[in-house]
Design a protein around this ligand. Structure first.
Ligand SMILES: NC(=O)C1=CN([C@@H]2O[C@H](COP(=O)(O)OP(=O)(O)OC[C@H]3O[C@@H](n4cnc5c(N)ncnc54)[C@H](O)[C@@H]3O)[C@@H](O)[C@H]2O)C=CC1
Ligand SMILES: O=C(O)[C@H]1O[C@H](OP(=O)(O)OP(=O)(O)OC[C@H]2O[C@@H](n3ccc(=O)[nH]c3=O)[C@H](O)[C@@H]2O)[C@H](O)[C@@H](O)[C@@H]1O
Length: 447
């Protein structure tokens, strides 16, 4: 059992802190955001993550998980300090390190006994050493020692607890064998692979892993765009590619581009890191450019259907950057809906849970609906932007009836071409042939 303080109660701090508690440790999760801490102390969870509320409640009840905004006291109380604060994208694309630096200062000031300081935030190579310098410069007593470890996080939103409790590997970068062993032992209950590296390599592994996954997505999106031009079906192509165990089938789903709080910012940060190091990372820059262009591929399909779509009533199903999260950060829906509204379309949007977050980011003109049916009613066309189970499983016959015209543009390839044909839709998806042969009675004479 370890006494661990986790600084930052965003996705990563909250989920990993709760999982460490579940593994039998005593965890203090702390945050400077007093409102967040008050919510957590009341049993409310500031983020949407399936299963998290129950796991937090269990570990609080069993006296292993505590919440406080007294960051300094929490640091003094623990022998391991996890840094899990945000590293958002700065204007020039680099990772904004202000929160990490602030935390390092606070740790220095409250370094009352030997501690292992572990960085879980995604940070540029060299940050471990930077944290070491800041802590050393701010400690009151120079005789108190500490070690720095990098232990990046690989969880995904929406499946965060399962990802944490069944991680593929724990990457532990350290300059001290003793500290590396303590952090390795902490992961023992998970029976996962432990990969011990130097500090810098652990920091790079996190960026390289995210950039590689982003590359797979941009690659398959580029293949999808080509499939549309030459008459192939990208779902069959990615399945066939993925059967090669050297390639693997994961992260080969073509769509409207990757979004979220990490891939966009981390690819930019890595490209910036490369620029700073004098290396022109053209491959990564192309991945980013391909991703930024992908939402416009969907808009082009809409334009091909209607020409000018000013005044058209458009149903948008799914707003979050992916299913099972309410996170709207860098969601492709932001780009698509902005453009629709700019061009004068009337947008009726539905998402099972992301609407409260979407309201703050989308144009005021958007109308929010409380069901798929309400969103599609009387619309000229329906766009699918997030493949929530509820959306991929919607009643096509009823949607077909409620829409004014049988037009569906699917950015996530939720339906088979055959079923769309049978339901009489004109169906455009990603990297697959269009279904244009809707039942004749379904064709509007003039649309
Ligand atoms: N969101 C995700 O799915 C994943 C995120 N990461 C990385 O983990 C890091 C954290 O990400 P999120 O949890 O999404 O961040 P977030 O931005 O949602 O939350 C960070 C929290 O840190 C708190 N904070 C900031 N300064 C503080 C300070 N001085 N003292 C105490 N608390 C402070 C903020 O109030 C906030 O609640 C980032 O580097 C991110 O790239 C890594 C893997 C997955
Ligand atoms: O560093 C991070 O924060 C995390 O970033 C991603 O996790 P996350 O952003 O939660 O979501 P993903 O499931 O990776 O999806 C990211 C985006 O890629 C898109 N995507 C994913 C897979 C795919 O095949 N196609 C595709 O378009 C999704 O729709 C979504 O917009 C990584 O998968 C995690 O390993 C990592 O820890």
């Amino acid at each position: 059992m370890h006494n661990i303080t986790v600084i930052g109660t965003g996705y990563v701090g909250l989920v990993s802190g709760t999982c460490f508690a579940e593994m039998g440790n005593r965890i203090i999760c702390c945050d400077v955001n007093k409102d967040k801490i008050a919510m957590l102390q009341n049993g409310e969870i500031p983020i949407y993550e399936p299963g998290l509320k129950e796991l937090v409640a269990k570990n609080v009840a069993e006296n292993r998980l505590f919440f406080t905004s007294e960051v300094g006291e929490a640091i003094e109380d623990s022998d391991i300090i996890y840094i899990a604060v945000g590293t958002p994208m700065a204007e020039n694309g680099e990772a904004d390190m202000r929160y990490v630096k602030e935390v390092a200062k606070t740790i220095g000031k409250h370094l009352n006994t030997y501690k292992i300081i572990v960085n879980k935030s995604t940070v540029p190579v060299g940050t471990g050493e930077l944290v070491r310098t800041i802590v050393a410069n701010n400690r009151v007593n120079e005789r108190i020692h500490f070690d720095i470890v990098s232990n990046p996080e690989f969880l995904r939103e929406g499946s965060a607890i399962a990802d944490c409790m069944n991680m593929d590997r724990a990457v532990i970068g350290a300059t001290s064998d003793k500290a590396a062993k303590v952090i390795a032992k902490l992961h023992e209950p998970l029976q996962t692979k432990i990969f011990i590296t130097d500090l810098q390599s652990a920091e790079m592994i996190k960026y390289a892993a995210n950039a590689f996954l982003a590359t797979k997505i941009s690659f398959i999106n580029a293949i999808a765009n080509l499939c549309e031009r030459v008459g192939a079906d990208v779902t069959q192509v990615s399945e066939g590619m993925g059967m090669d165990s050297r390639i693997g089938g994961k992260f080969l789903q073509a769509g409207i581009g990757y979004g979220g709080s990490c891939f966009p910012k981390d690819t930019f940060a890595l490209a910036h890191m490369a620029d700073q190091a004098g290396y022109d990372f053209t491959l990564l820059k192309s991945v980013i450019a391909t991703n930024e262009a992908q939402p416009y591929v969907m808009l082009k399909k809409l334009q091909d259907l209607f020409g000018d779509y000013a005044g058209r009533r458009i149903a948008v199903l799914g707003l979050a950057f992916k299913p099972n999260t309410d996170d709207m950060r860098c969601a492709p829906s932001l780009v698509i809906i902005d453009e629709l509204v700019k061009k004068g379309a009337v947008v009726q949007a539905y998402d099972p849970i992301a609407i409260p977050n979407a309201r703050a980011l989308l144009p005021a003109e958007v109308t929010y609906c409380d069901s798929v049916e309400a969103a599609v009613t009387d619309c000229d066309v329906c766009l699918i932007l997030t493949e929530w189970d509820e959306i991929a499983g919607m009643d096509l016959a009823s949607v077909r009836k409620l829409l004014k015209y049988p037009f569906l543009i699917d950015g996530r390839n939720c339906f088979s071409l055959q079923e769309m044909y049978e339901h009489g839709f004109v169906y455009h998806s990603v990297g697959r042939p269009a279904v244009l042969t809707a039942r004749s009675e379904s064709h509007p004479v003039n649309y």
